[in-house]
Design a protein around this ligand. Sequence first.
Ligand code: LLP
Length: 433
Amino acid sequence: MSAIRTEIAGVSVVELARRFGTPTFVYDAAMIRRRVADLAAFDVVRYAQKACSNLAILDLVRRQGTLVDAVSAGELRRALAAGYPAVGDPPPIVYTADVFDAESLELCVQHGIHVNCGSPDMIDQYGERMAAVGQVVNLPGQINHPAHNGITLRINPGFGHGHSQKTNTGGSQSKHGIWHTQIGECLAKAARHGLSVVGLHMHIGSGTDLEHLAQVCGAMEQAAAEVGPSLASISAGGGLPTIYRPTDQYVDLAAYFALWDAARKRIEAQLGHAVRLEIEPGRYLVAESGYLVAEIRAVKRQDQNTFYLLDAGFNNLARPVLYGSYHPISVVPCDGNNSRPEREVIVGGPLCESGDIFTQEEGGLVATRRLPEARVGEFVVIECAGAYGFMMGSNYNSKPLAAEVLIDGGRAQRIRRRQAFEDLIRGEEIPAM
Ligand code: LLP
């Protein structure tokens, strides 16, 4: 299959590039809706907004009925700004982290936002702050259990797995979650603060496989038995893989749900009451919807290698340089000639750093990609870039953050303007001499 792309969600890429400039992230709303719908069997789909937290995307998934996860004060504020209520049953927003900073703690306490504690210290800090502001009382609808002041514990089950060692969030080398042998201790700690553990959460890593994800069910059942009757919800975490390489396959979602549903039913039987089953995907919902559109600014030969150098670099999409991640790449002909000869090329960006290469493997090994011949001024689309694309962008080399565009019903609308130079220097000060 030739790596030629002329449109995204029915809109011409050349038109998008001319209208919004490059580099620009373009998202396909219909694809996000489809991915949310895939997970309808779960009681709650809680979007891990760290994957792509533009307010327009949050608004879109909120309208599709997803609830949301937040990992920082900024993400809490985004969730509120996108129209998620602070409290409800189930909690619309959950703060999941291993630490509080002063601002995130204050936001959770003041708004009654449900917390998912990834360290014993968080339980103490939350309990102390709640007592100090006198809020150890019923927060309406915060949980679906008679004992209010509920918290969730994020448990590290002692094992993990990810698409890269850097995205493995379980096991003793991971900083994430409360170690599985400390559940009893944490229950006692919570009780001392008048808090009740109403939820359990496990997320062992990102981009893992069903085999590893399935092991979590057993660990969850054991943890649930320790927590006992206060437990009202379990979360399978995120980590569902998506399709990056042509050889990748979709996970069998029905089988995955069936495993969790069976675990949930065993827990319900043990506890004698209903238990909510949540899933917390980031990548699965948004990765495939996102495209990074860039312009070819140089076509260079270095000995036997040909380089396409783009106006987008790892300041826009860091996954290849960080993890050696593979993203599909296609060329957008500007002259209507869609049957071009192909050649092996290396695709890189504009940054003053040798690692600024999109076609690289883990460890920084530069690879080539078979792509149609292309000229300076034509466009390239880096695909499957909706998750952890824009979000991990930076201002390295004083490059502005890219624009973002959402296509819905054949209509493309800007959802973030490209940064201007003024944005780059905002807040900087030259000391008076
Ligand atoms: N829940 C928790 C507690 C998480 O830590 C994460 C991801 C997710 C859910 C969502 O995981 P997902 O479904 O998106 O795999 N920058 C890396 C991914 C880091 C993920 C961090 N936590 C990447 O580009 O692959």
